[in-house]
Design a protein around this ligand. Sequence first.
Ligand code: GLU
Length: 429
Amino acid sequence: MTDDPFENMLAQMDRAEEYADVDHGIFERLKHPERTLKVTLPVELESGEVEVFEGYRCQFDSARGPFKGGVRFHPSVTQREVEALAGWMTWKTALVDLPYGGAKGGVICEPKELTDRDLERLTRRYTEGIRRMIGPEVDVPAPDMNTNPQTMAWMMDTYSMYEGYSVPQVVTGKPLEIGGTPGRVEATGRGVSLVTERLFEYLDRDLSDATIAIQGFGNVGSNAARLLDEAGANVVATSDVSGAAYDPDGLDVAALGAHVDAGGLVEEYVAGDLKGSADRSRWDDPDAITNAELLTLDVDVLIPAAVEGVITADNVDDLRASAIVEAANGPTTVAADEALTERDVQVVPDILANAGGVIVSYLEWVQNAQEFSWPLETVNAELERRIGDAFDKTIEQYDTKDLPDLRTAAYTLALERTAKAHEYRGLFP
Ligand code: GLU
């Protein structure tokens, strides 16, 4: 088994092919990205040194509409990873029925070692590098790991400077002041929370007091934790790069959120070294555990919300959660997937579980096109309707076609929709 994310995505497609109503020729076509641009990015850092970075933008498929997908800044970015993530965006937008294709971008860098000015220069240089292939009707980037509304503002500004006028619609996930939408920052976490609630309804289980472990407390993990906590679930463990905190009685999610927002690490939180205004009054002595231990906790739901490839053949036998909701992209390898299916562990696949982000990106893009803005309630209601609908359709596919697992159900729907678009459009010339 490989830990190459692209091979993993292809293997997921292969698992679904036997159940999907898709012409084999089109299926083979869907295994190849339309194009990938690699850019070299020399940047003069604040230290005076020049560092040469490497970045990518992969446009995987556009049969259903403009390319759509985030940009990540991370030391482990590779071309293959970006291509896998672009493929997953294609299946995600198809599954939740947005009029988009799929794309992804990435820059190999360690953002923690860069100043704000360095990050601005790197972002602008990257935007210049991919400028000819993006645009409001062509390819619309958004935030992903280590990128945020400020990154999107720099991208939007750089693109707009070349165009000669403001083009907010070229990226989504912008600050509110320049065409962002209310609800986008927490959208992915909100979607994760909504599908977890739906899963419990489907399984006829009570979410209140269900125990939940969340690997990762970044934008997605922290918002999912907060919303699940509000929904009555018991978040007992979470983590970041420094380590994990575990309290079988439940973590004080609000206090941990305030601590992390003020720049604190989970490790410091466990040690009682609280940052900012965090007040751990309700806190009852969390244990420090490792990220690996968090994955094997005896909980009702495990939510991987960090990087890909964390649930593998090596640790799957040790996992004790009865359900997994994939907030990260590609957290489960195909070998682990097969073992989980055999054990009847329900896995809500990434392309459904984390689709809240791109759904609200779409709502932002639509508002930009209309030059009109919606209130938060409208955005959240539309998010809930769309992700709920995709959840119901996935369950219907799973039940009526008697499919092995929810990922296969989601993939068959996504592949059939994308293939249909290819079929109608035909081959050029
Ligand atoms: N990066 C997010 C994802 O993986 C959001 C993409 C977007 O909003 O375009 O789904």
